[in-house]
Design a protein around this ligand. Structure first.
Ligand code: PLP
Length: 432
């Protein structure tokens, strides 16, 4: 098996994307993973790594979680159909009922990747309101299909793909005046946002902005869409990060660990009257569709993930999150390279200051293509690789290290990470 995986890495370079391999090699990212032990990754040299970005959020229950694997095996050992030609899937029905009991949203649409859930939300908002305007926030990351890209913060993920979907406007992050101005437009269907913007540096929505948003969208009949693909399913210590908003969002999207880390799966949740406004007649009932929506395997994995995510685990995430906050405050905050530490539960961003010294410039490191980006975050991440931790910088904010360990991470491992990060920062600081 190991030999075929190693061959697969070479095939990836040749047949998928050689520059991804080049990037991993340039940054010395340990990528030749060939095994999993107790939820941790093992590379071809037998070295163990703690994945402190949890496979970009997908591996919240650890890599290859036994309870999810067992549920999938049980399904495969049975003889229930895996696909329902009528599009009426009992597995989707059960999953939607469980989601309704746990979240209060009584209408669901399932799809594969996160961006498809966002697309479903955009289409639902237009179809339900009969309006076309969509507002989002600067700094957003909602995925890479055209609707999501129209809301994407400027940069490589957006530039070069225009013209973008018309009717989409990005509002300045957290500013109330532009929000009120956008809401005055009678053609505005929805405002889409992440409870915590991860790719722009793990930025929570300011409370006064959130309050205004919840109040004014209700007054004007504008749908509030919370993209919880990063923040949902326990990441911040509750099932949904938007649970305690002054007003519950009208539409919520889920993804990442929704399929238990083993099956790609995402969901768009809403309330029945909104769904019915959009799709509540026989001719329109299936106007938005996706072939694999409701397939048994994905629903089985999601049901198992929700079972793992019981009240005990949610409480554990809160306790671990507090311990991690303390460890970061104690070990990391005193470093002169640290500008800010933000986060909640097991989702954190450590913002660094970018020194002027040449050693911290991509130009000097022989990578002039990256000269516009701050190198300090990548350098810290590189040191963490050596210490056995996988992390990354935020996609729109390379000076912020993004930390979102699996829920199975122990308090000792959280503290070990904080100490390793401090050592990495001390080393970098000493280079000047
Ligand atoms: C908040 C948010 N929304 C949507 C997406 C898109 O999900 P996917 O990459 O599965 O399409 C992401 C991906 O990281 C995300 O962070």
């Amino acid at each position: 098996m190991v030999a075929s995986l190693l061959q697969g890495y070479e095939d990836f370079r040749a047949f998928v994307n050689p520059l991804v391999a080049a990037r991993a090699e340039l940054s010395e990212e340990p990528y030749r993973m060939v095994g999993v032990r107790d939820g941790h990754l093992i590379d071809a040299d037998g070295r163990e790594y703690l994945d402190f970005i949890a496979g970009w959020g997908t591996q919240a229950f650890g890599h290859r979680p036994p309870r999810i694997e067992a549920a999938i095996r049980t399904f495969l050992d049975g003889d229930a159909p895996s696909f329902f030609t009528s599009n009426l899937s009992p597995f989707a029905g059960t999953l939607a009922r469980v989601l309704s009991e746990r979240t209060g949203y009584d209408a669901a649409f399932f799809t594969n990747g996160g961006t498809e859930a966002v697309e479903a939300a955009l289409k639902l908002a237009r179809a339900a309101t009969g309006r076309t305007g969509i507002a989002c926030l600067a700094g957003a990351y909602h995925g890479c299909t055209f609707g999501s890209v129209a809301m994407m913060h400027p940069g490589v993920f957006r530039n070069g793909f225009g013209p973008h979907l018309p009717g989409v406007e990005a509002l300045p992050f957290g500013e109330i005046e532009p929000l009120l101005k956008a809401l005055a437009d009678p053609n505005l269907a929805a405002i889409v946002m992440e409870p915590i913007q991860v790719e722009s540096g793990v930025r929570p929505l300011p409370p006064e902005f959130l309050e205004c948003l919840c109040r004014e969208t209700a007054v004007r009949g504008v749908l509030l869409v919370a993209d919880e693909i990063q923040t949902g399913l326990g990441r911040t210590g509750s099932l949904l990060a938007s649970e305690d908003w002054p007003r519950r969002p009208d539409i919520v999207t889920l993804g990442k660990s929704f399929g238990g880390g083993l099956i790609p799966h995402s969901a768009m949740l809403t309330r029945r009257p909104i769904f019915d406004h959009a799709y509540g007649t026989l001719d329109k009932a299936e106007a938005h569709a996706s072939t694999f929506s409701g397939n048994a395997l994905a629903c089985v994995a999601s049901l198992a993930a929700l079972e793992c995510l019981d009240d005990n685990l949610l409480e554990e995430i809160c306790i671990k999150g507090e311990a991690f906050r303390e460890a970061l405050e104690h070990w990391v905050a005193p470093s002169p390279l640290v500008k800010a530490i933000r986060g909640e539960g097991l989702l954190w961003g450590i913002e660094l200051t970018q020194p002027d010294h040449p050693y911290f410039q991509f130009d000097y490191l022989g990578l002039p293509e990256l000269s516009g980006y701050p190198a300090v975050g990548m350098l810290a991440v590189h040191r963490l690789y050596r210490a056995g931790f996988l992390t990354h910088v935020c996609g729109h904010a390379w000076q912020v290290i993004r930390v979102q360990p699996p829920f199975t991470t122990t308090q000792q491992e959280l503290i070990a990470f904080a100490r390793a990060l401090r050592e990495a920062l001390d080393y970098l600081w000493s280079l000047q």
